[in-house]
Design a protein around this ligand. Sequence first.
Ligand SMILES: CC(C)(COP(=O)(O)OP(=O)(O)OC[C@H]1O[C@@H](n2cnc3c(N)ncnc32)[C@H](O)[C@@H]1OP(=O)(O)O)[C@@H](O)C(=O)NCCC(=O)NCCS
Length: 385
Amino acid sequence: MPESEEISRGLEDVNIKWTRLTTIDGEKGILRYGGYSIEDIVNSGAQVEEIQYLFLYGKLPNEQELKNFKENIEKGYNIPEYIIDTIRKLPKDSDSVAMQMAAFAAFASAETKFKWNKDTNREVAAVSIGRMSAITANVFRHFMGMSPAIPEHSDSFAKSFLKAAFGKEPTKEMVDAMNTALILYTDHEVPASTTAGLVAVSTLSDIYSGVTAALAALKGPLHGGAAEAAIAQFAEIGDENKVEDWFKNNILGGNKRLMGFGHRVYKTYDPRAKIFKSYAEKLAKNNQEAYKLFKIATKLEELGLKQYSAKGIYPNTDYYSGIVYMAIGFPLKNNIYTGLFALSRITGWQAHFIEYVEEQHRLIRPRAVYKGPEPRKFVPLKERK
Ligand SMILES: CC(C)(COP(=O)(O)OP(=O)(O)OC[C@H]1O[C@@H](n2cnc3c(N)ncnc32)[C@H](O)[C@@H]1OP(=O)(O)O)[C@@H](O)C(=O)NCCC(=O)NCCS
């Protein structure tokens, strides 16, 4: 029996692993990947593939290493027929993340020979990143009523994905915004999704089951689902002039939470939200619907900050990301914005799984404090009144 009966509700401030991957200073609003600040990475113009490599190999790649890595990702583009069929047999109004789960569960079902192995883990993870690109493009194409398509070789992961999703060459601006969004969502230490995946792989279940478990946790509106819930709330308000009344009736006077605000770790402005906001502002000017929502979002942000900043509740990464996705061309539909979050986060999930399984593996099995009845005699059904 554990000695203490104390419970850490929501596992707040519990360390479940050490990591070299990501560090967050929630008080100062600092996020670093492998020691590099998120602002430096984005301002350098890096491709997300360099960051994916950094997460899996612990260093930035040179040109040859990057080329080999991209080839491994591209091996994942050609997803088998049964994955496409799995997606396309689901109803067209399905949730995007649940469809991604079905596809990864199908991989877990079919690839029974998977073994955790230091010599192959990283290559498998790179292939899974490529598979996630093909899966996400096909999830999108399915609910949009388009035929299947898979990503093809190009000079960038973001470009191959957008071309497969939309079926046409994306503009440079779209590729740049998608590449940045992919970088910003790559990893965030051990949020609910990463932890759920870690619990699954701590049993030495396979990597695809780990991704499926992580997707299940990402889907909820308190985590990744907020990417869609935040913009849905701007759409619900519908007009810049209605922001104040909506805030009064729904947030102050109602029981709704301001979606895209608040974070378990950040007690100040999320550094990713600042970058998303600048992209949202730049891109939305060319998209009427996105611009209308951007104006609503900024006005709502002001009210939210006035009300909540003293409590350490600020915009998080999901507040403006949906506007960026909308300006790239993804409609507010089927929770695809959370699916796009997952397309990026699969890198962080797998990097944490590998770090855990290879270097610090132990079954994750916590305890619960029993508060039920004292021992009592079981009464058979027929004798029960
Ligand atoms: C992310 C989140 C779940 C973290 O919450 P947490 O650390 O578990 O904090 P709690 O839910 O215990 O909330 C603490 C307090 O802040 C308030 N709060 C937190 N986020 C809030 C929000 N977005 N809107 C209004 N109030 C909020 C809670 O009502 C609670 O108030 P109380 O102390 O008066 O009861 C929470 O901020 C939230 O629900 N945000 C909205 C969803 C979202 O954007 N999620 C994406 C996260 S990246």
